[in-house]
Design a protein around this ligand. Sequence first.
Ligand code: FES
Ligand SMILES: [Fe+2]
Length: 467
Amino acid sequence: MTDLRDVPVPRPGSARAPGPTLHEQLLADPTPPPWPLLEQAPVFYGDADIPYTVYTSEAYAQAEYDHMWSRTWQWACHVDHIPEPGDYHVYDVGPHSAIVVRTTDGSIKAYYNACMHRGTQLRGAGTCGFATQFRCPFHGWTWSLDGELVDLPDRWDFPHVGDDTHRLPELAVDTFAGFVWVNFDPAAEPLRDYLGVLPAHFAEFDIEDRYIEAHLRKRLPANWKAAAEAFLEAYHVRETHATGQLGDEVTTQYDVFEPNVSRFIHTTGLDSPQRPVPRTEEQILAHLTRNLRRGMEPLQLPEGMRARDFYARYVQEQLGQAYGRDFSHLSQSMTLDSIEYFVFPNAFFFPGLQLGMVYRFRPDPTSIDHCSFDLLMLRPRPLEGDAPPPPTPVELDVDDSYTLVAAFGGLGKVYDEDTSNMAAQTRGFRSSRKRGQTLGNYQEVRARHLQKRVREYVEAGGGSAPT
Ligand code: FES
Ligand SMILES: [Fe+2]
């Protein structure tokens, strides 16, 4: 065991892992990465504990619904979910519900999902489908896809109802990265302003050119913030997903692009600089290919080639064949690395080729200790012909293993490891004698960023954060 007193401690806010940085590793790749990956935006938000009551206070959860979920941009569905006029998709978060619809002229609108007569939801929570109009199941008031009131049974009884006063109110809607985004605040700032650096970064990637290959939705045993935070740092990888040995960590860069975006990049196929005895390139390649089909000839590393470069080429060829595309221009980093962008409050995008996931977390209005997690695998659209339509999400309950969904392959086991941590942490929030969590200054700064933004929205709305 290391004696903690012997470890040099940097000044708060200056911490970086010892050894070569991820930035230096990217610069050493034979194919340069796109410029956004070379951007660095470290921040320091102080080192105060985060009180556990941010996860356990019902009043705070209500304040989040009232002041944060009601005013932030969230993706509601993919554009492929509503390709034709009349296709609609209902997006719910806590008490908020929106109907996102493709209208007759091909544009997308979003309506508050409530009847203008007596409030009945026009479409069920989480439903999707096709409609020529929205007819309320209670008394039959009916709106066109454009939100116009087109039928009012017994019109004579409602001289006080006008076409203008009883249109379906619209909420803010826009598209980005192939997804439809909504904001329940009609006065919301434009999505592109909210996204900050993201449109410029994503212009270098091809996320809009991807389709949904697989989609699962799982109930997780944690408050939505704790669940999201489990994916905001790679500090847990050595313990949770490897062997706990020094050297099993991944080299990771953490950035916050204020106000709403954060990112990590961690490398695949390179030794951690903290590894006491470096692995040979053959050992690295064997590790990278450990999940390849059994019975397959092991890959032979050409003389003098790094495992990372060889394996990146292999992945480009395999996925190129599978999706009918040429990926040989991609950098090693874009091909292999885990590149994760977070858009506050609940969206995650991985623009890399091999790990092309999208996540979304939503609170469970029936339990502060649970949340709903959407996990999508995006793949490049075929150059010819249409991509397959989005699959119906596979629903997994708390105890269902991710490994039930074959499309996620070996990743399923990794996500299961995260789930058991979440359940233990949720219980620990209440059994702890210490009142709050102590975060790493650098590696866990994205969790602090999430907490900071929630608090800012709640306080701006007149609510108060737990202390
Ligand atoms: S509540 Fe919708 S028509 Fe009456
Ligand atoms: Fe994890």
